[in-house]
Design a protein around this ligand. Structure first.
Ligand code: GRG
Length: 298
């Protein structure tokens, strides 16, 4: 199967899983909690490239994990990712009015509801992973919860977002930009890859190879994100472009320039693929995804 089809199939399957797990829309549209549920569905079910889902299901496939288990973890990751986008778009953060080509969550539901929609998604993500349907062994579920929590808190997304905000209009070194982007974006990518190894009770070397892969993958992804922000069209990208410059954000592309950043990304792609060699042919879809990053348009 070609990469586009595999990604579409994963996206379709994870959306079906999300649809089943998310609370159903109330028949009573006047119910006072209706915006919470409508919002949780609005931000998770429509749109998004589902790259994190793909990383999760494909890393699980390396260890022959049943697809239903991997899809539940992928659904939880998409909930967390959507939650982070909802909070990132808030007026007190990046103040973005468009996300995935439609009004951002606070524009559609109001600011207070957007905060609660994000919080509701975070709780449901952990509930999903902790449920016995995700894995029959409690120690595996606990390990997934532990690693996900680690990837989000003071050594993960929250720390990255904090540094990002504090660094606005400041000059950061390459090392500090990479640290910031690893925390903000890479830690969830790393969790996706690691989750497959946890579900598959993989040996230590497999964790190590996936960790190294996720590290390189994240930097390449971030460089392409910077390039899209610099050169992409809002209609194509589905979110406001040019915001890095507007908010004075330190990015790899701003520091290195377009040409050097592109060359750096090309080298990291080769390195990322090298780490996947450990898994043989089973890692081909992950390799294809990595090679495709520099061509992405959204
Ligand atoms: C999640 C615990 C927790 C806290 C939130 C707001 C915040 C703290 C962190 C912000 C993290 C953030 C928004 C990072 C940017 C990640 C990124 C590159 C998003 C775009 O990812 P894509 O392109 O998006 O995969 P789609 O729409 O395709 O899913």
């Amino acid at each position: 199967m070609i990469l586009k089809d595999v990604i579409e199939k994963t996206a379709h399957n994870v959306e079906k899983t999300l649809d089943r797990i998310l609370p159903p829309l109330s028949k009573d549209t006047q119910a006072l909690d209706a915006p919470l549920i409508e919002g949780m569905r609005y931000v998770t079910l429509e749109g998004g490239k589902r790259i994190r889902s793909f990383l999760t299901t494909e890393s699980a496939a390396l260890f022959d994990v049943p697809e239903s288990q991997a899809l539940r973890v992928a659904a939880a990751v998409e909930m967390i990712h959507s939650f982070s986008l909802v909070h990132d778009d808030l007026p007190c953060m990046d103040n973005a009015d468009l996300r995935r080509g439609k009004p951002s969550c606070h524009m559609r539901f109001g600011e207070a509801s957007a905060v609660l929609i994000g919080d509701g998604l975070q709780a449901l993500a952990f509930e999903t992973i902790a449920h016995p349907d995700t894995h029959p062994l409690a120690e595996i579920r606990a390990s997934l919860c532990l690693e996900l929590a680690r990837s989000l808190g003071a050594s993960g997304l929250c720390a990255g977002q904090m540094i990002d905000i504090a660094a606005e209009n400041k000059t950061l070194s390459m090392n500090n930009i990479i640290l910031l982007e690893h925390l903000k974006t890479g830690s969830l990518f790393s969790f996706c890859c690691k989750s497959g190894a946890i579900l598959g009770r993989a040996p230590e070397e497999a964790f190590h190879a996936l960790n190294k892969f996720a590290y390189d993958f994240s930097v390449v992804f971030q460089i392409t994100d910077d390039l899209l922000d610099l050169e992409g069209k809002t209609e194509e990208v589905g979110k406001p472009t040019g915001s890095d410059a507007l908010l004075g954000k330190a990015t790899i592309v701003n520091l290195l320039g377009k040409k050097e950043a592109f060359e750096h990304a090309s080298l990291l792609i080769q390195e990322a693929i090298y780490h996947l060699d450990y898994f043989g042919e089973k890692a081909d879809p992950l390799k294809d995804l990595t090679r495709s990053l520099l061509k992405r348009r959204s």
